[in-house]
Design a binder for this molecule. Sequence first.
Ligand SMILES: [Zn+2]
Length: 195
Amino acid sequence: MPNQVPFRTSNPVRSTPGLKPKHQDYFNELKTDFNGRCGYCNSFDQRRNNDFEVDHYVPRRVLSTIRHNDYFNLVYSCKSCNRSKSGKWPSNDEMIHLVGNTGFVDPADPNYSSHFIRYDFGEIYWVTPNGKWMYEELSLFHDQHAVSWMLEKIRMAIEEARQKKTAQPTNPIVNDALIALFEIQETYLDKLFNV
Ligand SMILES: [Zn+2]
């Protein structure tokens, strides 16, 4: 049985930037407030900005009083979660986000993470009935979430090796380790983004 690790170690907290014309205009604020992580799957945005998007928590088709550019309704999201979530919503009311066990919890709600756990190879799993619904609707079973999690581990290992290289610049073992880690990282990045 694999070990369990917390779904996330820090919760996103939305700031209060002034009103901007388009929801996409908040990309940088969301990136900061969501700690560079997808609100839904907690994947780290470690490659290109265009792998991440600005999602509407309450989808646009349901909005009545909430404006499309209201910051409190926006989520920093990876493409996979944004596409999977799409216009899904459990009611026709922007204020009703949960019907029974069906519906989405706002990722900026600290309780969001209580619906999921992660195994130590990066796979996400649900721990509540509402978590099961979100897991399926957000396609959190996709391999890319585990791959992204492993990539972050590799990134941290590279950073550690870089620090060792700075301390011991001519050590061949450190150099070989760094080269090997770079190759693994590139392989995973290709697997993750060229599918
Ligand atoms: Zn995601």
